[in-house]
Design a protein around this ligand. Structure first.
Ligand code: PMT
Length: 421
């Protein structure tokens, strides 16, 4: 996504300018061609050498280079950029941009640049909250700029408030999202589920599973980078959550069912990578179950009755407008079980993984999956990083969505066409 992209990257004079160096470094590592423009005030905090070392490219600081060709450079840099990012964007530069001032390299480039603009404001709490700054941000947003709002936290002024420069991963995610607007999922709303559900036994214990969230998050990030508006319904996970999407946290299967039902209202596709508990404890104990308590049998054993959870995907079989993709986590007879799940849940696509295979399934960075299509095709994929598996799944979903757009009829599903062994 960032590979080969030309990024014009403006840095203004705020203390967060030093953090922009990390963003530029990560962009360079991701293969982007980053042209850094420092304002005069930025140079009071950081040097051009810092940024040219990290970007492996020249850094621009002035319109008035004695060689004479700098006057045209702001036009050239603006014209070739895929995205203009200003991070940190100070109150002063936001005001200059809002009013169309062009008194240095960065602001002239901003006026001359047809590429989308991403602003990352960072400043002291009161400066950010000031009506003038807020009005300028509104004006810039109305003109089409994307604003990544600052975070709340400890500020250089010593107070805790809003104004902190977001972390590098959040800025990169927003850049990917902005660049993805011309991707093949642009204009689509998708819902992904990730992680595992937890069914309470008592206030301290639960029945859970080994899902890390990696597969679901890879799907969500890939969809975001291809232009989709993504909502992820997240159960228990053991990895960091992605940025640049809406996240709904749930714990139990019943909560996941409720959240999915709410967020699919306007969605084009639902991909359920979450490991959902099929059973829950019928009556979880209100207090911690103690050894030797009345709940215990004479032989020291404990009885617990489990009841079936609703099947979230199967229940949505009537949602014809929604393209539904399920996963199947299998330990034996993968083909037989997967083909049965595809039909019983009336899915458009089923992604089956053998979760006892090495480097596949739960917690692993890679996955080896077989795709079961509604038309009976069975497509094994080689072992791949989960992000590549996600890419393959969205490729198929994009084709199905296009087919659906051009058809009014749903494809027929004939269970007899599926292999059973
Ligand atoms: O998170 P990772 O560590 O990366 O691991 C990824 C994964 C192994 C969890 C993932 O690849 C995977 O296989 N997810 C599906 C796990 C699962 O619940 O499989 P299942 O065969 O039990 O369920 C079939 C499908 O029905 C799944 O899409 C599941 O989300 C859905 N389901 C299941 C039960 C239920 N009550 N409601 C459901 O909607």
């Amino acid at each position: 996504m960032l590979q080969g992209k030309r990024i014009a990257f403006g840095v203004c004079g705020g203390i967060a300018a030093y953090k922009a160096a990390d963003v530029v470094s990560k962009l360079q590592q991701a293969g982007a061609l980053v042209d850094v423009i420092l304002t005069e005030h930025a140079e009071a905090f950081v040097t051009a050498l810092t940024f040219s070392t990290l970007s492996h490219r020249p850094v621009y600081t002035t319109l008035w280079e004695p060689t004479g060709d700098a006057a045209a450079r702001h036009i050239e840099l603006g014209a070739r950029a895929d995205l203009l990012v200003i991070a940190p964007a100070t109150a002063h530069t936001l005001a200059r941009l809002a009013h169309g001032l062009a008194d240095d390299m960065l602001t002239t480039l901003a006026l001359a640049c047809p590429a989308p603009l991403l602003l990352v404001p960072a400043m002291e709490h009161h400066m950010y909250q000031h009506p003038a700054t807020q009005a300028n941000l509104r004006l810039l947003a109305e003109r089409g700029a994307t604003i990544l709002p600052p975070e709340v936290g400890h500020l250089a002024s010593g107070i805790v408030g809003i104004g902190r420069f977001p972390e590098t991963a959040a800025i990169l995610a927003e850049m990917r999202r902005r660049l993805g607007r011309s991707g093949d999922l642009a204009g689509r709303r998708v819902v992904v589920t990730a992680g595992g559900t937890r069914e309470p036994i008592d206030p301290v214990r639960y029945i859970g599973n080994r899902s890390s969230g990696l597969m679901g998050f890879a799907l969500a990030e890939e969809a975001r980078d291809r232009g989709a508006e993504v909502t992820v319904v997240v159960g228990a996970v053991s990895v960091r959550e992605p940025f640049g999407m809406t996240i709904r946290h749930v714990s139990t299967a019943l909560e996941m069912r409720e959240a999915v039902r709410e967020v699919i209202a306007k969605a084009d596709a639902l991909v359920m990578a979450a490991a959902v508990a099929d059973y829950r404890v019928e009556h979880p104990a209100r207090h911690k179950i103690k050894k030797g308590s009345q709940a215990e049998n004479a032989d020291g054993s404990l009885n617990m009755r489990l009841v079936r959870n609703p099947d979230i995907l199967a229940e949505l079989a009537d949602a014809r407008a929604l393209l539904r993709v399920g996963f199947a986590a299998e330990t034996t007879d993968l083909t037989e079980h997967a083909a049965r799940k595809l039909v019983s849940k009336q899915l458009d696509l089923l992604v089956a993984n053998d979760v006892v295979r090495e480097n596949s399934g739960f917690g692993s960075a890679t996955n080896e999956v077989t795709l079961f299509h509604a038309d009976g095709r069975v497509e094994p994929l080689p072992p791949l990083p989960k992000r590549d598996v996600a890419r393959a799944i969205w490729d198929r979903v994009v084709s199905l969505l296009r087919e659906r757009d051009s058809e009014t009829e749903m494809p027929e599903r004939d269970p007899a066409t599926f292999p059973t062994a």
